[in-house]
Structures are given as C-alpha cells and as structure tokens.
Ligand binder design. Structure first.
Ligand SMILES: [Zn+2]
Length: 255
C-alpha cells in the first residue's frame, strides 16, 4: 500500500510524449498513491484524443481547454466550446484556459486573450464546472477578469503570482495549485508558503514542470512535491496529501 493518498489536479496525459508508455505512467502513479488525475487538453484534436483514451477509466478525469496561442483561431475556439457542451456530463472542468503575457507581448493580443478567457469562464459557469486557469506572467489581470466575471469554482494552475495575489485568490475561495517544480523554484515555494492548506491542490503539469528540472514529468512525482511541501508547511506528508486530495475532489465535484 502506498503511504500517501494524492490527487494530480492538472496534467496533460494525452500529450504525444506519453504515446509509447501512457498506461505504464498511469499505473506508476496509481501505485505511488495517486488516486486521481485531471488531464487537460489544449485543443480540439487533443480533446477528442483525451475523451477516447480516458473516458473508460475512473482514475483519469478530463478537462477540456484551449492553448492561449490559439485565441485568433475562431474555428478552433468554437470546436473546443462545442466539445465541452457535447461532453458536459463526462468532463470535470473547463481548462486550462487563460492568459499568457509571455506569448502575448502586444496589447491587441492580450485583449483577444481576455475576450476568449471570458467566454470560457462563462461557459464553465453555465455548465456548472470549475475552471482551470493558466496565468503565466499575467496573474494579476487574470485575477481581475475572474473577479469581474464572478467565477466561483477556480483552480489557479501552476500559480506564480505574488503572495498578495495568493491572498486575493484565497479570499475568493479559489484554489491555488502547486506544481511539482516547487522542489526547485523559489517563487513556487513563496506561493506555497502563502497558500493556506485549505486552498491548496497539487499538480504535476506533466509532461512539464518536473521536480528534477530535466526530463519528462509524470504524476507519480507528486510524491516528491508532497514530501517537500509537507516540510515547508510543517505537516506530516500523509496529512498534506489527504487535505490537498480532499480539496481537489471537492473542487472537481468528485465526492
Ligand atoms: Zn498545463
């Protein structure tokens, strides 16, 4: 029996980097104590792939989203919106969606990202699902848009905002998701310090954000980040795992 009971609130298991050994990766996660994973597709073809692969499982849950790079592709946006509506009953969330100022340097592109983000927030509220939010280099504008739209169920994936931003999020009852790279990122450690355990969930963001800085990440690595975070928060690893798992299941409506 694995000693920790973990939940990966955000990863990308439909990613081609898992094509050769996807079920071994999932099996390793389960053996390590990961009782559930939420896999987030980033476009319509990956969404279809995720639905095909994971709908029959009860350990990998599905969230459908859009890469902020695709905000000018109206056909693609509509395709993802349609898939979300068609599969409303089988998905646990909308996302990841959001804003990314690292890829959007121009004001016009940032505006467009915001418009599309608002559409997905409204869609998530309409079908009563949480929204999984991407906010790279755009944490404060993202929080403003979420607030403005009255978003209620929110997972701030791989959140990199300031401690003040964390407080803003937590005051609104939104969850802050700490990725496995917390083991090597001083900024993520600061976010984790500021996040009350009641509002923290864990994610791997596999195949990226590995705890070891190199190579493909996988959900089993949550064991490493959970142990690291337990020390940081002055908790027992099993206790931290239990609380963050309960939080994730709560926000994704899995209990
Ligand atoms: Zn991601």
């Amino acid at each position: 029996m694995p000693s920790l009971r973990l939940f990966d609130a955000h990863c990308h298991l439909e990613d081609p980097s898992f094509d050769d050994d996807r079920w071994e990766v999932i099996d390793r996660a389960v053996k390590a104590g990961v009782i559930g994973m939420v896999s987030s597709s980033l476009d319509s073809s990956d969404a279809e792939k995720a639905l095909r692969l994971f709908l029959p499982t009860n350990v990998v849950h599905i969230s459908l989203g859009l890469d902020p790079r695709d905000v000018d592709d109206e056909t693609e946006i509509k395709a993802v919106e349609r898939l979300i509506l068609e599969n409303e009953k089988d998905i646990v969330a909308v996302g990841e969606v959001g804003m990314d100022y690292r890829i959007a340097k121009q004001e016009s592109v940032r505006k467009r990202q915001e418009e599309v983000f608002r559409r997905f927030i409204r869609l998530a509220e309409e079908i009563d699902k949480p929204i999984v939010v991407h906010s790279l280099w755009a944490q404060r504008p993202v929080l403003r848009v979420l607030e403005d739209e009255g978003a209620t169920r929110v997972v701030l994936h791989a959140f990199g905002g300031s401690q003040r931003d964390v407080r803003t999020a937590v005051e609104r009852g939104w969850y802050v998701s700490i990725a496995t790279n917390v083991t090597r990122s001083a900024n993520v450690q600061k976010v984790a310090e500021a996040t009350p355990i009641e509002y923290m969930v864990l994610e791997s963001d596999s195949p990226v954000l590995s705890p070891d800085s190199r190579g493909r990440n996988e959900p089993a690595n949550l064991v490493k980040s959970a142990k690291f975070l337990a020390k940081l928060k002055g908790m027992k690893p099993a206790e931290l795992a239990e609380v963050t798992t309960t939080n994730a299941m709560e926000v994704y409506g899995l209990r």
